[in-house]
Unconditional design. Structure first.
Lengths: 391, 68, 311
């Protein structure tokens, strides 16, 4: 049947319209897509631990670790639905680390730290490659990370995926990872707890994020990590830990943009629990303030509090009869506050950023009771980075 | 802790409005990303993990390091 | 309610954004995003800018290597292909090279041989187009997105405004317009943005007015540049098959859901002989206005039968 000229020409409008609607300006589908730009970044950071106060150490050796860190980051689209990311990190460490905590006979049995005798010199190199596939309703990624230093080698593989709901308001995510780590202590002067050991880490995570308004996002996550193998610190004089550890975390995050202030509020919370009786809570709050067109200022604070491990004691006595023991300050009950500022300046395709962070610990800031380890550490971190984006 | 989780879950379930795909300009801004600076976030979480007994929570745990 | 107004220059002409809002800060953010979007498309598709995608495609003509393109460009070329088919070859992104034969600043017409030398370089069907690449097989061939990118940019700017929560705005990119919602604070019923369609011969006079509903309004006209030789007027709209100026309508405006569709419809109508163009526009089923060489007005948007002479 021949169609009338009227219908014929209406077909023209329909053809033009449906062809136009395939363009991104009209296409409001919520498909994930790789970044439009290739992004290259470099960053230098300095990490420095405060010296311990002289009255907390045996002898004169009170200096702790200094680390120089250089990082390289590349993120590039490969096609309309693939991207590749490469992250390389180099660390140069020097300094000393607590060897054990003992009671001072001179100072009424006051616990004091004996530092590792020789200065530790080590470098670490880490290479991490991620490739990601973007499909209509989500993404899938594979990551391989290799890390190598004189006394430690680790390789890890992880898989992750995300799926958006049909209305694009909710995103479900999951990831699993496995790592094999080899420990070969090298320090010469003092005996180490092992000559060669391995550990395996298996971990899984699920999360959900949700758009709750035109200006706010929220997310929740659950994770489980199983560590199996040599978990003792090889260099600590009085350290023997179980060869298995099971960890759980529950976390939540919130982002809210305040248009009048032209800034965004970030709040992140994590609850952690494990079968060594360590529990911890972390709260991170940041404010990202836009200043003019090109500058952002981001002050942030972080609060952290942890309970001690069930086998921790400030001083491990020589006559200890329990199977597991440690005087590592990292397993003690303490609280930590850190605060800092991040500044970012965009110039065309370039972006310069700098940040500084102060981290301070104290037993009395914690939420959990326990004796104070004299080896608790305060640190500074500074960094400066440069990145460049191009098509 | 339980109270906080309960509060957040109820926020998630009922406190949402429908935001159309073409109304998500603000949500896609750099300042609204979960992780604004990848390199800094990597370094920060690694340093915290080396000084504290807990780690993870933002994804599956990766490999370790012999951090002192 | 406040009205945020922003005037800027882009796409070779004066542009403006008007946003009615209760949230000025959000509107300013939206305007910034919309202006950036227009600038992005101009940088990407301008024929004149060194390093633009158009420039790279044109410089690779006849060199043997297809130029990789992204999804947006691929969709834009598919649209151009649809418009070419639907117009029986009148809408042709490769016809821009014909301008080399015509110097509208002079007082002479080109010789037929000058035009004949360029005609082999025109032909959309010669373009080798794949999903992720495009190639112009002959040196000298050119793609010119000028006929659709300004309209597309107006639609894209509207999308950016909507993304930032704007529900009431009018975008004007040098005559190509998109309305988002209706202006606030006016009596409803006549809802729509009041817009004038310029008189083809008098810059500051409107030939018609319209209350624009949600959607796009694009105009095409043969009044900007022309050549007078022996009293005969040669317009700047060149027929892609003959290389000679078209003796058709002198101005066409079309309202459509997308400014892009309105723009290519107006362009196609300009390339057709008057009678055929009027019939074609009529059948399209959207509001339109056309002015012929005798300044007679046609179409559903025409207020009177005659546009009125120069005062």
């Amino acid at each position: 049947m021949a169609s009338s000229p009227q219908e014929e020409r209406n077909k023209t409008l329909a053809a033009l319209t449906s062809s136009a609607l395939l363009l991104p300006a009209y296409n409001v589908a919520v498909a994930d897509a790789p970044p439009d730009f290739t992004e290259i970044g470099m960053r230098y950071s300095k990490y420095k631990e405060d010296d311990l106060s002289a009255k907390k150490v045996f002898g004169a050796r009170s200096q702790r670790m200094d680390i120089d860190v250089a990082q390289f980051h590349l993120l590039a689209p490969v096609s309309d639905d693939w991207s590749v990311a490469l992250d390389v990190g180099w660390e140069d460490m020097s300094g000393a680390s607590p060897w054990f905590v003992g009671e001072s006979l001179v100072d009424d049995g006051e616990p004091k730290v004996a530092m590792s005798g020789a200065s530790i010199e080590d470098t670490r190199t880490e290479v991490s490659v991620t490739t990601r596939y973007y499909f209509d309703s989500g993404t899938a990624g594979v990551n391989y990370t290799y890390s190598d230093e004189d006394d430690y080698e680790s390789s890890a593989v992880s898989l992750d995926g995300s799926l958006n709901s049909a209305d694009g308001l909710t995103t479900y995510s999951a990831s699993v990872s496995a790592s094999d780590d080899d420990i070969t202590p090298t320090q010469g002067k003092y005996p180490t707890n092992t000559l060669s050991a391995t550990k395996d880490i298996r971990s899984a995570w699920i999360g959900v994020s949700r758009i709750i308004s035109k200006r706010a996002l929220v997310r929740f996550g659950l994770s489980y990590t199983y560590r199996d193998g040599y978990l003792t610190d090889p260099y600590k004089y009085k350290d023997n830990r179980p060869d298995e550890r099971k960890e759980w975390t529950v976390s939540a995050g919130y982002r809210h943009f305040f248009v009048e202030q032209n800034g965004a509020l970030h709040v992140d919370y994590r609850y952690f629990d494990d079968d060594w009786d360590i529990a911890s809570q972390t709260l991170d709050v940041a404010w990202i303030q836009n200043v003019g067109q090109d500058i952002t200022l981001a002050p942030f604070i972080r609060y952290y509090a942890q309970d001690k491990a069930k086998f921790f004691s400030v001083v491990v006595n020589d006559d200890i009869d329990s199977e597991y023991f440690s005087d590592d300050y990292r397993l003690s009950a303490f609280g930590a506050f850190s605060y800092g500022l991040r500044v970012n300046y965009d110039i065309g395709n370039w972006s310069i950023n700098a940040d500084a962070e102060r981290y301070q610990t104290d037993e009395s800031w914690g939420l959990y009771s326990g004796e104070e380890s004299p080896a608790l550490v305060d640190t500074w971190r500074y960094g400066i980075g440069l990145s460049y984006a191009f098509k | 802790m339980k109270y906080l989780t309960g509060l957040l879950v109820s926020l998630l379930l009922c406190g949402c409005e429908t935001v159309q795909p073409w109304e998500r300009g603000i949500l896609s801004k750099d300042e609204m990303q979960w992780q604004p600076n990848v390199m800094e976030a990597r370094l920060r979480s690694q340093i915290y993990a080396s000084k504290e007994a807990s780690s993870g929570g933002t994804g599956a745990a990766g490999g370790g390091c012999g951090c002192n | 309610m406040v009205r945020v107004e922003h005037n800027f220059k882009a796409m070779g002409g004066p542009c403006s954004l008007r946003v009615d809002t209760d949230d000025k800060a959000a509107a300013n953010m939206a305007v910034k995003a919309a202006v950036a979007e227009v600038a992005r498309l101009e940088r990407k598709y301008s024929r004149y800018l060194n390093g633009s995608l158009t420039n790279r495609i044109n410089r690779a003509a006849g060199e043997g290597l297809p130029v990789p393109i992204d999804a947006e460009t691929s969709a834009l070329l598919s649209y151009a292909d649809t418009a070419w088919r639907e117009s029986e070859g009148l809408f042709d992104l490769t016809s821009g090279v014909l301008r080399f034969a015509w110097d509208f600043k002079s007082d002479r017409c080109p010789e037929q041989c000058e035009i004949d030398a360029l005609l082999p370089l025109v032909g959309w069907d010669l373009v080798r187009r794949e999903q992720d690449s495009v190639y112009l097989p002959m040196a000298g061939m050119e793609l010119d997105f000028g006929g659709c990118v300004k309209e597309y940019a107006a639609d894209s700017a509207a999308m950016q405004l909507r993304r930032y929560g704007v529900t009431s705005a009018l975008i004007d990119l040098a005559g190509d317009m998109v309305a988002v919602g209706a202006p606030q604070g006016v009596a409803t019923g006549t809802a729509g943005w009041p817009v004038g369609i310029r008189h083809p011969l008098q810059k500051d006079r409107a030939v018609a007015g319209v209350h624009m509903p949600e959607g796009g309004l694009a105009s095409s006209g043969d009044y900007e540049r022309c050549l007078l030789v022996d009293g005969k007027r040669y317009g700047h709209i060149l027929h892609p098959h003959t290389g000679w100026p078209v003796r058709g309508l002198i101005a066409v405006s079309v309202l459509a859901e997308q400014c892009l569709v309105a723009g290519s419809s107006a362009t196609i109508a300009m390339l057709k002989p008057v009678d055929e163009a009027l019939k074609w526009l009529d059948g399209l089923g959207v509001p339109w206005l056309a002015v012929d060489a005798n300044l007679n007005c046609h179409g559903s948007l025409a207020l009177s039968q005659h546009a009125g002479k120069r005062e």
